[in-house]
Design a protein around this ligand. Structure first.
Ligand code: AMP
Length: 303
């Protein structure tokens, strides 16, 4: 089983209260793929510039990520610059340079067109739809986006959302997309836009999943040292989708387990800058954290 993903592959420059890094490996597609690769095979659609080093490609290959859909184009790789203050839940974007993504016209390799599971990671919603249109008969389509696109390409995003089964966005983006300050009402409004499931990421407060008939809430893992929240959302999505794809089971109970696997993955990535922690991560550590998550929320029912 595999998941097809389209998203950004980037050089990130990030400053947090605990340090700063310049032009390190990042991007929504990169974080998602790396995380999902612990659970299932990944096929990646993206573009990088001629300045993208072989070392990063080697890392992605070492995670067994299929790069047939990763194009190298003339020009510079996507760049993002962001800052976090002591409230690590909120990223302040300082610069976004789409570079080679500005003219990217994805063409899926033939082997990608039969993908059953598709993840549209955070990138231009027009590109997300272009990729989706080339997939013959997807079984499950999940999608992420951010304030940059909700504000800048709202109509295109709404069009993409009509084809999406699961939307994963953060709390502020939920309110912005729905144009509604109350989170529950906002979730209802978004479930009327196309997605049957909405997963709201709330940083250190965890995750809430909404469907028409249910609400499920999971905490974030209480960590003592958080260095860099960049990529937490994409890494969450990678664990969530990776687990769903590996089990091929979309029942509510399994979706809840997927939420906890996603949360476990996100709790690792924030422990270091860029993909530093993911490079050292072992599958046994993921299972161990999953168990700790269970203990964290276990309590007796009413007598
Ligand atoms: P998150 O998981 O939300 O922290 O996503 C962080 C990643 O998103 C960074 O590695 C950035 O390179 C990438 N990113 C930031 N802005 C954009 C954008 N407008 N389009 C695509 N990717 C982006």
């Amino acid at each position: 089983m595999s998941v097809l993903v389209v998203g950004s592959v980037a050089f990130d420059s990030v400053k947090t209260p605990f340090g700063q890094v310049e032009e390190v490996l990042g991007g929504s597609g990169t974080y998602f793929s790396t995380s999902a690769s612990f659970f299932t095979d990944v096929k990646m659609v993206a573009v990088v510039g001629e300045d993208f080093p072989a070392e990063h490609l080697d890392f992605l290959r070492s995670r067994k990520i299929d790069l047939e859909g990763l194009k190298t184009a003339q020009g510079r790789t996507f760049r993002w610059k962001g800052r976090y203050d002591y409230d690590l839940n909120e990223a302040h974007t300082l610069e976004t340079h789409l570079n080679v993504f500005e003219t990217f016209q994805p063409e899926l390799p033939p082997g990608y067109r039969d993908a059953e599971y598709v993840f549209l990671a955070n990138i231009d919603p027009e590109l997300q739809l272009e990729v989706l249109n080339q997939v013959r008969n997807p079984k499950l389509v999940a999608c992420d986006t951010m304030n940059f696109w909700i504000g800048g390409k709202r109509e295109a995003l709404l069009k993409t959302l009509r084809h999406v089964d699961i939307l994963l966005i953060n709390e502020g983006e939920t309110r912005q997309l729905a144009e509604e300050p109350n989170l529950v009402k906002a979730a209802r409004a978004i479930l009327a836009m196309g997605p049957k499931t909405l997963v709201v990421k709330r940083g250190e407060y965890g995750v809430i999943m909404f469907t028409e008939h249910s609400i499920f809430s999971a905490p974030a893992y209480p960590l003592e040292s958080v260095f860099d929240p960049t990529g937490a959302g994409d890494t969450f999505a990678g664990g969530f989708m990776g687990y769903l794809v590996s089990t091929r089971n979309l029942a509510e109970g399994n979706m809840r387990q997927a939420i906890v696997f996603g949360s476990a993955m996100a709790s690792f990535v924030v422990e270091d800058f860029s993909l530093g922690r993911m490079k050292k991560l072992e599958y046994a550590e993921i299972e161990e954290r999953f168990r700790r998550f269970k203990l964290l929320t276990e309590f007796d029912g009413l007598a």
